[in-house]
Design a protein around this ligand. Structure first.
Ligand code: NAG
Ligand code: NAG
Ligand code: NAG
Ligand code: NAG
Ligand code: NAG
Length: 244
């Protein structure tokens, strides 16, 4: 009985106003989202990559989207960051275009910018790069012997343990789930969360997130196939094929 009551309360929660309906609510958490390029390109089916490290997808506040659409992205304000942006935050679909950064700035950066510490394009993008380098997810996985492999698959537990033992917080690990007949889920995206002082914190699920996970995600350039990995399916961490 108690279980049923809890379920009812959880579901009722889904009808509460969501974060995006309250753009004025201050964000409390930033989600540093990393993507595995090979998986991204296998989902998009329209890119190839030779990048064999985790790249940035975005730095997302947990509240608000498109907070100021008249605050336009301007690449000349982050000129000094461009070489690192190209390397660590590449647009895998359109490598020579700033479109991806522009999209991330408009959708998420303008909301992150409500904090004084991130209230310019330069502050926002340089902070993302700083955190990315500091956390060095590629290195954390590798040092825990989680490496891309065609033959060896991992359990989600192994991947979680590798990550958690280093950062000491809960992260969010997403996979491309198997389609009919496949035996594996493909490691695709990992989120690491920080608070307003940029200290690591759990990427805890709020009721809103739990609910929105049950609704097919709005397709962000093909990313809709990514969901939290599950514990019962082997995890495939695809290596970058050597292309000549
Ligand atoms: C796929 O790639 C081609 C060639 O780069 C490009 O012209 C086209 O716009 C891409 N399609 C999508 C849906 O991104
Ligand atoms: C990856 O591809 C880019 C662009 O084609 C090239 O400049 C770079 O040297 C390649 N890197 C490696 C490690 O092959
Ligand atoms: C939106 O951004 C523009 C351009 O930077 C700025 O002038 C304006 O004050 C901002 N609006 C709000 C509500 O912050
Ligand atoms: C972009 O920023 C530069 C440097 O502040 C400025 O000179 C330029 O006018 C801006 N461009 C646009 C389109 O706002
Ligand atoms: C991450 O760590 C590896 C190994 O220590 C290093 O080679 C690499 O440059 C680091 N990446 C970044 C973005 O600092």
């Amino acid at each position: 009985m108690r279980f049923i009551a809890v379920a009812v309360i959880l579901c009722a929660g889904c009808f509460w106003p969501t974060a995006s309906a309250h753009p004025r609510k201050e964000w409390t958490k930033l989600i540093l989202t990393h993507q595995w390029p090979e998986t991204f390109c296998s989902v998009e089916k329209n890119c190839t990559t030779n990048v064999s490290f985790w790249t940035l997808h975005g730095l997302w506040p947990d509240s608000g989207m498109m907070c100021n659409t008249s605050w336009h992205f301007n690449a000349s304000l982050i000129e000094d960051l461009i070489p690192e942006m190209k390397k660590y935050w590449p647009d895998l679909l359109k490598p020579s275009s700033p479109e991806f950064w522009e999209y991330e700035w408009t959708k998420h950066g303008t909301c992150a910018a409500k904090a004084d510490s991130l209230n310019s394009q330069h502050k926002y993008f340089s902070k993302a790069l700083e955190l990315y380098k500091k956390f060095n997810l590629t290195n954390v996985l590798e040092s825990n012997r989680i490496v891309p492999s065609e033959q060896q698959h991992y359990t989600l537990y192994e991947v979680e343990t590798a990550i958690t033992s280093f950062y000491n917080v809960k992260t969010k690990i997403q996979c491309v789930h198997p389609v009919k007949g496949d035996q594996v889920q493909i490691l695709g995206q990992i989120e690491i969360c920080v608070d307003r002082d940029f200290q690591l914190i759990d990427c805890q699920k709020s009721i809103e997130e739990i609910c929105s996970n049950d609704i097919p995600a709005v397709s962000v350039s093909g990313q809709s196939e990514l969901r939290v990995c599950d514990h019962s399916t082997p995890v495939y961490y695809p290596p970058v094929p050597s292309r000549s």
